[in-house]
Design a protein around this ligand. Structure first.
Ligand code: GLC
Length: 736
């Protein structure tokens, strides 16, 4: 007994010593002291103990080894707020005070095109996760928006991998600045929720590398993300959680040193997962036995793994490698040295960040009305707005707690109606009518419509707040879902008779339309008739205030679309040249690299609002593109600058977007591809010079023959503008 206790205390002393030393070196990926410690811990562990780390020990924890002082890893959703507390066997533990900051969702964050806000969002999330005792926060979601029907688009960032990657890297750095691990998800090509658990995505390598993998690569190589979550679906015949191609790329090409976590219940094998799959199998234990594995009674990486390794001892090295990755993450999140910053929750600063993101993430799509609302100098008396009719269920609906695993118990959520009353104050008479009511029959409510039309008739201006919602009450995992996990939208038309309501309202009075949701929708006469249209995504707990501030002119809108809004659903390449949702087994990505503006640049007539588009209350010019030279040796960074001027009367922000064209190349390439952007704030009349440096990646394509990135010498065009369809400066360069 004595011998054992000396032995154990030596071990703990050793952990303490090395952790102290290792905490000084926060480069978790190449830290000899940590690696040494891990070697020693692995040498002390039995095979059974090692497998404890490789699978869940409860709803949101993975196992530890008490005997050696290795604690469990504690995880939590979600991408835009720390989810309410789940008990160890899933029930919602409502006894805890687990309200949190409900940040704007991914699509609204990406609409800011503000990398620093990506960081700020992550910083808040990581701090609140630390406060709640979590080690890993399960976000960001970076899957590419391939169809507007995908139920989880609201959680994601863009149709473009560069924008998604840039926003994700800031977010990851923000999360991990708190000593918490981020978890970039869902790796990879999880672009629909329909049959997500079994659908097999058939996609070519070049499309994977140019469209569906770059945001993950950026997260690993530039964001140093600690963990990655594999998706439910298959890619080219193999489940993501044990997909040899994905793990070769992740480990051998990108050099990922962290931990791969499966989505919950997404592991389907023992040996393939051991050899080229996730490190941690998460999700509830499946019932006894499965058709292909009758003695299965728990986790693929538990009993079946022990049996397999006992029969093939040489495979224990794969177990050790997984344990190493997990322990590396444990050191990085201070599980041993306990040196993680405290964290905080629901602070005024956190809520201010939520407001800031919402203010910059709302996109002004149309403004013939002449927003902001308010008396203008030359306005005739009868045009002065005195009574405002706020119409729409989304004016009063709260969204935080719905949508699936990304749900948040918000400390509060200011609805648009509350925001409008708060910001517009007593200067106006505000009257409200819902106009429609979400219902399972997806029916128009003629009584509500009549009432709303009557309220509008007696007002000077209608502010319509509608669009999508996550799900009907009580249907978060049921049939009646719209912007939600596990389910795609079944129609591209706004539900509950909104189109007719919007058409009639906009016929009756000047109308401002505010759309909430993870996507836009099929439009109708109301678009033409609306004096102004805004897209807000789901703007979080302060979103109602941000909407009101923009309508009242307290904030000048600066959001830009992170996805294309096409005139018709059938125009989207996933629906026109690709397949969606597939035949129940496979979905073939025949649209290949032609996703979003990469496709619509060749079909501009199909665009309603382009990628990168968003209006301001002021105007900007972008000119004076300056290059140090025009000919560059291959591999030398291309440096240039551009001047942005605020040519209007109000302070505002503009997003300078840089797209690269490769007019002559061996493979077919998109007209242009986003390779840099910067958001600048300018006072009226102010000019700023923005400098860019493009490395060789900005000009390369993924070559299907050599199976690697290739920079083909020749001429390239640098396109600079403030939307993918508004290029204001061009310059040709040659790379030798
Ligand atoms: C869900 C989601 C994933 C989430 C996990 C834990 O199925 O796909 O995004 O983090 O399970 O709730």
């Amino acid at each position: 007994m004595l011998k054992k206790s000396i032995y154990l205390s030596l071990t703990f002393f050793f952990i303490a010593f090395v952790s102290k030393f290792s905490s000084a070196q926060n480069d978790w990926q190449n830290n000899p002291a940590i690696e040494k410690k891990i070697d020693s811990l692995i040498s002390l562990m039995t095979l059974k103990e090692k497998t404890e780390l490789l699978h869940a020990s409860s709803s949101f924890t993975s196992g530890g080894v008490k005997r050696l002082g290795i604690p469990e890893l504690v995880m939590s959703d979600g991408p835009h707020g720390v989810r309410m507390e789940h008990g160890r066997d899933w029930e919602i533990d409502s006894t805890t005070s687990d309200s949190a900051t409900y940040l704007p969702v991914g699509i609204t964050l990406a609409s800011t095109w503000n990398k620093n806000l990506g960081y700020q969002s992550g910083k808040v999330l990581g701090s609140e996760a630390a406060d709640r005792g979590k080690d890993i926060i399960l976000g960001p979601g970076v899957n590419i928006i391939r169809t507007p029907l995908n139920g989880r688009n609201f959680e994601y960032l863009s149709e473009d991998p560069y924008l998604a990657g840039e926003m994700a890297v800031g977010y990851i750095k923000g999360v991990e600045s708190n000593g918490i691990g981020a978890c970039v998800k869902h790796y990879a090509a999880n672009n629909q929720e329909t049959l997500r658990g079994k659908i097999n995505v058939i996609v070519d390598e070049r499309t994977l590398h140019e469209i569906y993998l770059p945001a993950f690569k950026h997260a690993v190589q530039d964001g140093s993300v600690l963990t990655i979550m594999t998706a439910y679906n298959k890619i080219n015949g193999e489940y993501c959680s044990n997909n040899k191609y994905l793990f070769d790329v992740l480990h051998n090409e990108w050099g990922f040193k962290g931990t791969a976590i499966s989505d919950w219940g997404a592991v389907h094998s023992t040996e393939p997962t051991l050899k080229h799959g996730v490190d941690i199998e998460m999700g509830t234990e499946l019932a006894n036995g499965t058709k292909d594995n009758p003695d299965y009674n728990g986790f693929y990486l538990a009993e079946p793994l022990i049996k397999f390794v006992k029969k093939h001892p040489r495979y224990e090295k794969y177990v050790d490698e997984k344990v190493r990755r997990i322990l590396r993450v444990m050191f990085a999140v201070h599980k041993f040295d306990k040196k993680r910053p405290e964290g905080s929750r629901n602070t005024p600063e956190h809520h201010k960040t939520a407001l800031k993101i919402a203010e910059e993430g709302i996109v002004l799509l149309k403004n013939d009305y002449g927003l902001p609302v308010g008396k203008k100098a030359d306005m005739p008396e009868n045009a002065v707005v005195k009574t405002i009719a706020v119409i729409g269920d989304n004016a009063t609906r709260k969204h935080a707690g719905e949508g699936g695993s990304s749900q948040v118990k918000a400390e509060y959520e200011i609805t648009p109606l509350e925001g409008i009353k708060q910001v517009f104050g007593d200067d106006y008479k505000i009257v409200y009518a819902p106009g429609y009511k979400p219902n399972k029959e997806n029916k128009l409510d003629s009584v509500l419509m009549k009432k709303a039309l009557n309220v509008a008739k007696h007002a000077d201006l209608v502010i319509y707040i509608g669009g999508w919602l996550h799900n009907i009450e009580g249907e978060m995992w049921g049939k009646y879902r719209y912007d939600a996990e596990g389910h795609d939208k079944e129609s591209y038309e706004f539900p509950f008779g909104q189109t007719e309501l919007m058409n009639r309202l906009s016929d009756l009075k000047p109308m401002i339309t505010v759309i909430l949701g993870g996507s836009f929708a099929k439009t109708d006469k109301w678009l033409e008739k609306s004096g102004a249209v805004l897209f807000a995504g789901y703007p979080g707990m302060e979103g109602g205030k941000a909407i009101a501030e923009i309508l009242a002119g307290k904030i000048n809108p600066s959001g830009k679309l992170p996805f294309t809004i096409a005139k018709e659903l059938k125009y989207y390449p996933a629906h026109s040249i690709g397949e969606y949702p597939g035949n129940g087994q496979n979905v073939i990505y025949r649209d290949s690299i032609w996703v979003g503006y990469r496709y619509f640049d060749k079909h501009p007539e199909k665009i309603l609002f382009p990628f990168g588009y968003g209006l301001s209350y002021t105007t900007f010019s972008i000119d004076n593109l300056k290059l140090k030279k025009k000919v560059f040796p291959s591999g030398e960074p291309v440096k240039f600058s551009i001047d942005v001027t605020n040519t209007g009367k109000l302070e505002g922000k503009e997003v300078v977007q840089v797209y690269i064209s490769d007019p002559v190349s061996r493979v077919v390439r998109p007209v242009k591809e986003l390779k840099a952007f910067e958001k600048v704030n300018l006072k009226p009349g102010e000019t700023k010079t923005v400098s860019f440096i493009l490395d060789k990646n900005a000009f390369s394509y993924w070559d299907p023959e050599s199976k690697k990135w290739k920079l083909e010498p020749g001429d390239f065009i640098i396109n600079v503008g403030n939307s993918s369809q508004n290029i204001m400066q061009k310059a040709k360069i040659t790379i030798k």
